[in-house]
Design a protein around this ligand. Sequence first.
Ligand code: ATP
Ligand code: MG
Length: 317
Amino acid sequence: MSSTVLSLSNVSKRYGDFTAVNRINLSIPKGSVYGFLGPNGAGKTTTIRMILDIIRPDEGEIEVLGCKSAMQVRDRIGYLPEEKGLYKKMKVWAIISYFATLKGIHRKDAKLRAFELLEQYGLKDFANSTVESLSKGMGQKVQVLSSIAHNPELVILDEPFSGLDPVNQEVLEQLIRDLKNNGQTVIFSTHIMQHAERLCERLLLITQGSKVFDGTVDEARAIIPRRVILECQNDVMALADLEGVLSVSETFVGGEGRIPGTRQWELYVKEHTNPQLILQHCFQNGISLSRFDFTQTSLHDVFVHLVGQEAREHNFR
Ligand SMILES: Nc1ncnc2c1ncn2[C@@H]1O[C@H](COP(=O)(O)OP(=O)(O)OP(=O)(O)O)[C@@H](O)[C@H]1O
Ligand SMILES: [Mg+2]
């Protein structure tokens, strides 16, 4: 059996003269948590809708769970659309149960499953409330539960975190981890890099309809050099001669909380540079550091780097 649950080859979507999605290739391994990232209008929702066969690509091939159309395997897929909304008059447990029955789960089992999910994800006390009495965020949680109640092999969530408070964002993160631990494959779109950073093994980054990156989070981080911040009273330009150090420059921002008389330096180093080399140099040269930050490159920095670059390339055309 193939370990790929979803593949896109050369998939494009045009609206008139405008290309919303441009020749995207992608392969999503079974059991992975996959993030779709990109700025507003990048083409994430359009791609998701094509995967689900809600809209047809103008060119290219999509294969979902071994089939040419998601419609053929709809009971094995769970989907949270970008525009959220549920039947307002129904009770919370009943709506979750109803969605599960639509996907082939027996009524009795669906009801049990609804109560189980509500208990597990902190909504037990709302089981008998009507949807219209829920806050927006709680309604959204209920909709997420409705989309996974039938235990789908592939779960696709379009902006599941938007509108959730920090506590419920954590609950949703846990839900996604639970799905993964259960062997299910999860694709979600987001603008919030931290969710992708914490949850995803792999990501797709698109901008203006085109793929600018797909791969693991570590591969994404390796795209740009790591940054080191130092604070001390000395000039440390000599660090530029150390192995792995790409550049050293003094920065004049973020003075708050800095010890008076200290200077701040920014170093860019190669991905696998050993920070001990920098510390050793400082120690041997009598440089006393009041700050030493050797943090991991954030996805945010990678995102800005790649999306900025793409934007520049477009401007040059
Ligand atoms: N039905 C349509 N007709 C015309 N243009 C469309 C249509 N649907 C989407 N587009 C355009 O395609 C582009 C991609 O839209 P899409 O909704 O896929 O972006 P997105 O990455 O999901 O953005 P967001 O982060 O804002 O949700 C946008 O420029 C959008 O205006
Ligand atoms: Mg969208």
